[in-house]
Design a protein around this ligand. Structure first.
Ligand code: ADP
Length: 310
């Protein structure tokens, strides 16, 4: 299966590396307006391939994206000093105006996988620009926040993160909602499991986990400038679900007709992912506080998306 990546910076290259290491794609093509960067990343990653898989990793132009099954959009610009969030959004929307048209001209049937931040708003922008059905324009959304939530819960409970079933909903960002009330460990309610193993979820434990999930990116950026390995693996995880038609339940962002009373908003809830993209949306049962936090998150995202000039 051929995968395209537009934007060969830190996130795009980390996704290419994760795809190659897991042998998920037969071919990965990197495109960047900085052609030398795309070439260097492709060369570097392709030198890792002989140790593990048979994936072909190369740099190319938009023409080389023909026949792709999925194209990751990781292209974007960084915030300039003094620039507002909205101005940045406007510039990234301009990048997408150029990129989405180029991709669809050569690969009209592809699935777009959006990684550029703010990812929910950029997913909305890409959906509008592409005219593709919403289920084929998928934002990585809270896939990484959900992974962080499971990892911290697993660490506290002394079990593998894969045995924790818990999701982060809403925005990939400050207003995200950790859905504690429906979280499970194995088949047990989280609280019941925690009590049985003598690791109760006290207020302090919950607050520490909430902080660890919500502020993970800030801490990493402080230490090393940006985050990319985690999201690179998350993007590869979504592509595995698509490539193998796995029908996995993952928290990703697509424009959704209605969530908690807010219409036409791109945000994350658990969704079934397969070869056609998002196959169905799942609305978790939430307690009152979680539901109102999700309304707030959805409202922020809707207002943000409406404010982007297209
Ligand atoms: P991140 O950490 O999000 O990956 P980077 O700045 O490392 O951020 O990567 C973003 C990449 O997007 C850069 O390599 C940049 O050259 C690329 N890019 C920006 N605008 C465009 C565009 N219009 N077309 C293609 N690539 C672009």
């Amino acid at each position: 299966m051929k995968v395209g990546i537009v934007g060969a910076g830190m996130v795009g290259s980390a996704a290419a590396y994760a795809l190659a290491m897991q042998g998920i794609a037969s071919e990965v093509v990197l495109v960047d307006k900085d052609a030398d960067l795309a070439l260097a990343q492709a060369e570097d990653i392709s030198h890792a391939v002989p140790f593990v898989s048979a994936t072909t990793v190369r740099a190319g132009s938009y023409r080389d994206l023909d026949g792709t099954f999925v194209v990751i959009l990781a292209a974007g610009v960084n915030q300039k000093p003094g620039e507002t969030r909205l101005e940045l959004l406007g510039r990234n929307a301009a990048v997408f105006r150029e990129v989405v048209g180029e991709v669809l001209a050569v690969s009209p049937d592809t699935i777009l996988l959006i990684a550029t931040n703010p990812v929910d708003v950029m997913t909305h922008v890409a959906t509008r620009l592409s005219g593709l059905p919403a289920r084929r324009v998928i934002g990585s959304g809270t896939i990484l926040d959900t992974a962080r939530f499971r990892s911290l819960l697993g660490r506290h409970l002394g079990i593998a993160p894969q045995s924790v079933h818990a999701y982060v909903l809403g925005e990939h960002g400050d207003s995200e909602v950790l859905a504690w009330s429906n979280a499970r460990a194995g088949s047990l309610a989280l609280v019941s499991f925690a009590d049985q193993v003598g690791k109760p979820l006290t207020e302090e434990v919950r607050a520490a986990i909430d902080d660890g999930v919500r502020n993970a990116a800030y801490k990493i950026i402080k230490g090393k400038g940006s985050t990319y390995y985690g999201i690179g693996a998350g993007l590869a995880r979504i592509i595995r679900a698509i490539a193998l038609d796995q029908r996995d339940i993952l928290s990703v962002s697509i424009v959704t007709p209605e969530v908690v009373g807010i219409t036409e908003v791109a945000l994350s809830i658990p969704r079934v992912i397969g070869a056609a993209g998002v196959l169905s949306d799942l609305m978790p049962e939430l307690d009152v506080a979680e539901a109102s936090a999700l309304v707030r998150s959805a409202t922020i995202l809707k207002e943000s998306a409406d404010s982007v000039p297209l």
